[in-house]
Design a protein around this ligand. Structure first.
Ligand code: ATP
Ligand code: MG
Length: 324
């Protein structure tokens, strides 16, 4: 995709986006509400025209083709299943629209339902299924046409937290086993990190940073990327006694002095906040100049720490990222 743009009135929903997604890649568009994720996905699917730029599948230009000949399946946030049709008929929908012969249609619906582990559910109506099962119907319906590319627009946002975590692994596994290319939209940083080969972080219609999840997390290119990819400390270099401008330091790159390698620089402060979250304890530590650092340390039952304690912190200098 090159120079892909789309405005709605004065709003540049998608602003000169250049992207290449690899064959079989799980590629995620991540960003806050309104940054243009859905618009970009709809442009790929053929539900939204481009003002300028182009989209290709390999050599073939597709951005002027009608949606149904683009070889793309799409899974929506609200499942978009037809409540009055059986599960099997919902899945068959795209095949009927393509005038697939009855024998082949039945076979492919069966296959698609088996892929999402709903082989026994073909005759049921949507209201007889759970949220997770409905989402699997929506995936089967997109898969049954054997698309080259599968698009997902926040497919898990209607599910509860636990189901979201198991379904995202399921989607990832299915995508890998079928070797299909997936473009996945979410505003959830953790979800994006858990499933993606690469992430494109979007901000106000533009690409902020593109890379493997760990790369963006560890080497954010901007303040926006540093903050969107998880909790971080944005500190002026001089608060750490260093040269340079704004730095990003993740909470887990800090430790208590007695638990840290000797080579790490030390910082003295006071505990102003203490939250035991199970596997980790979060601390807020105020340094001498008033800077408050967010620290995440692994739980250790023998450690005694209280609100207002004086502590010495240490940080891993290799994990400082200079932002400007
Ligand atoms: N059909 C439309 N008409 C007018 N404005 C639109 C239309 N579709 C999207 N927009 C605007 O374009 C911008 C991007 O919207 P889009 O739906 O792509 O964002 P998003 O990243 O998917 O957000 P969310 O996470 O909330 O779904 C927003 O400012 C939105 O109001
Ligand atoms: Mg959206």
């Amino acid at each position: 995709m090159a120079g892909a743009s789309r405005s709605f009135g004065p709003v540049r929903a998608v602003d000169r986006i250049d992207l290449t997604v690899g064959d079989g890649e799980f590629f995620t568009l991540l960003g806050p509400s309104g940054c243009g994720k859905t618009t970009l996905l709809r442009m790929i699917a053929g539900f939204c025209d481009l003002d300028s730029g182009e989209i290709r599948f390999g050599e073939k230009r597709i951005d002027r083709l009608p949606a149904h000949v683009r070889d793309i399946g799409m899974v929506f946030q609200n499942y978009a299943v037809f409540p009055n049709l059986s599960v099997a008929d919902n899945v068959a929908y795209g095949l009927r629209a393509r005038k697939t012969p009855a024998g082949e249609l039945a076979k492919r619906v069966e296959e698609a339902l088996a892929l999402v582990r709903l082989a026994e559910y073909g005759k049921r109506k949507p209201h007889q299924l759970s949220g997770g099962q409905l989402q699997r119907v929506a995936i089967a319906r997109a898969l049954v046409i054997r698309p080259q590319v599968l698009l997902f627009d926040e497919p898990l946002s209607n599910l509860d937290a636990r189901l979201r975590v198991s379904m995202r692994a399921e989607i990832r596994e299915l995508q890998k086993s079928l070797g299909i290319t997936a473009i996945y939209v979410t505003h959830d940083q953790e979800e994006a990190m858990s499933v993606s080969d690469r992430i494109a972080l979007m901000n106000a219609g533009r690409l902020e940073q593109v890379g493997a999840p760990a790369d963006i997390y560890r080497h954010p290119a901007s303040r926006f990327a540093a903050e969107f990819m998880g909790t971080t400390n944005l500190v002026e270099a001089r608060a750490l006694g260093r040269e340079g401008g704004l730095l990003s330091l993740r909470p887990e790159a800090l430790r208590l002095s007695e638990e840290a390698p000797e080579a790490w620089p030390r910082l003295a402060g006071n505990v102003v906040d203490l939250e035991m979250l199970g596997p980790i304890t979060r601390l807020g530590v105020r340094l001498g100049d008033g800077t408050i650092l967010n620290v995440a340390i692994l739980d250790a039952p023998e450690r005694r720490l209280n609100q207002a304690d004086k502590v010495t912190l240490a940080y891993d200098p290799a994990r400082l990222t200079v932002l400007r």
